[in-house]
Design a protein around this ligand. Structure first.
Ligand code: 4AD
Ligand code: MG
Length: 431
């Protein structure tokens, strides 16, 4: 008898198999009982028929508490009425560990606050399983795309001496007799590795003490950050749109079941094709004003503004050339218009808003030096970064894609908190 994974069940029709998992749910109608067993790969109906099996085992099934770990064995049979298309006709059940009779998550509805307190158990539900499988698929597709396109993985440090994305969201920690900050981004280090390797990317957790509670912000989130030498702003945008199209294509190809379980409108994802529309910050301001938003040239966009803009398009939209003062110190000004930067945010459609921030970097030594002063950043901590402009500076660009926001959009979720196994949210670090 073979031990199988539920997701492979279609290969075992008529065969006797063993499945190792947990009891998710049960139904009973007299002489027939149904156990829903999950093993992490999927959920299967295990059918017990009184007259066709050992009566002791048939009776025992009623006494197994929800989420007990069990091994079931029996014969795989086609069954058109169940989602999987197959069921197991049970011969034997072995209880590995009987769960207590008070599993905190019942199959009726719970509030999200409650479920978040039991995140460690909530992860067992079909919906969370689908979301996190899609997350894994998205991450795999990103790595494949970058690896195939000549980007080299470069891991950047998490403990850093200085800020990348402004000093207001830094998590500070002790570093022996000094201070350190958890990385907000690996970008600055990747500008160094890009000068050593040409095209690179880092992919890791990043940290921001975001003091506001929104459906788009986590304190700890994962970001992939490609960086490339001799790549200008327009070329950078093209890499971004190709990457997004690739990701969505792979999820559509490989995770249809999960998208269906989430009731995602797949037709919306099928529209994601290059080229993506590009609008300037100036045009975006006009659009917002015509929607009644009180906003002036020079103001940064809030979440609501991004929602308005991103609802106007059926594909992700680039908003480019923001005012210098809205953006980070390293962004290169447009040589044709010094008051705006060669940077763009990519806003996901259906109101999701920014999923990527990126653009061309300052390659001029004097200008970078000036910007550090204007932003009141301690020069001695950035001396190494200035070196990159002293020794063989080149035009270079890069971007950061937020994994959780991308997962939220692809899955069609209203909040980012379900897109990572253990979200770190404002004032909440349990479990
Ligand atoms: O726009 P951001 O701040 O850009 C950077 O960090 C650049 N250094 C990236 C680069 O060019 N290498 O962040 C990039 C992306 C955002 O578009 C968003 O998707 C995500 O990171 N992000 C967050 N996701 C969840 N929670 C937060 N608090 C986030 N802050 C940024
Ligand atoms: Mg940004």
């Amino acid at each position: 008898m073979e031990i199988i994974r539920i997701s492979d069940i279609r290969n075992y029709e008529g065969k006797e198999v063993e499945i190792r998992g947990w009891l998710y749910n049960r139904r009973s109608s007299g002489k027939i009982k149904f156990l829903i067993v999950r093993d992490g790969t999927s959920f299967v109906q295990a059918t017990l028929i009184k007259n066709e099996m050992d009566e002791k085992i048939f009776d025992k099934a009623d006494n197994i508490n929800y989420e007990s770990s069990i091994k079931i064995s029996g014969v795989v049979k086609e069954e058109k009425r169940v989602p999987l298309g197959y069921e197991v006709l049970v011969k034997n059940i072995e209880v590995v560990s009987m769960a207590e009779d008070n599993y905190p998550i019942s199959l009726k509805e719970h509030g999200v606050g409650y479920l978040m307190d039991y995140r460690h158990l909530w992860l067992r539900s079909p919906r969370q399983n689908a979301i996190l499988r899609i997350r894994a698929e998205i991450i795999k597709s990103i790595r494949d795309f970058l690896d195939m396109n000549g980007f080299i993985l470069m891991d950047t440090p998490i403990l850093t001496p200085a800020a990348c994305e402004g000093t207001t969201t830094l998590f500070e920690t002790e570093y022996f007799d000094d201070k350190a900050y958890l990385a907000q981004s690996g970008q600055l280090y990747n500008e160094a590795t890009a000068a050593a390797f040409g095209k690179v990317y880092c992919f890791g957790p990043t940290f921001r003490a975001e003091k506001s509670k929104t459906r788009r912000h986590l304190m700890e989130f994962w970001m992939v950050e490609p960086e490339a030498s001799y790549v200008d702003f327009e070329e950078c945008n093209e890499i971004e749109e190709n990457l997004i199209t690739y990701i969505v294509g792979k999820v559509l190809e490989k995770r249809t079941n999960e998208l269906n379980l989430l009731e995602r409108d797949i037709s919306k994802l099928e529209l994601i094709k290059t080229p993506f529309p590009r609008i300037s910050y100036d045009e975006a301001i006009d659009i917002l004003k015509s929607n009644g938003v009180k906003i002036e040239w020079g103001d940064d966009f809030g979440g609501e503004d991004e929602t308005i803009l991103s609802k106007k398009y059926d594909r992700p939209v680039f908003v480019h050339r923001y005012p210098v003062k809205c953006k980070a110190f390293y962004m290169k000004p447009d040589p044709k218009r010094e008051e705006v930067v060669l940077g763009a945010d990519l806003l996901a459609p259906e109101g999701y808003g920014e999923i990527i921030g990126g653009g061309q970097r300052i390659d001029d030594y004097e200008l970078l030096e000036r910007r550090l002063k204007e932003h009141k950043l301690p020069r001695e901590k950035y001396e190494w970064y200035l070196d990159l402009r002293r020794y063989g500076s080149v035009p270079h660009s890069g971007f950061g894609l937020g994994i959780e926001r991308t997962v939220a959009w692809v899955c069609g979720l209203s909040h980012i908190r379900e897109t990572i196994p253990f979200p770190r949210m404002l004032n909440k670090i349990y479990p």
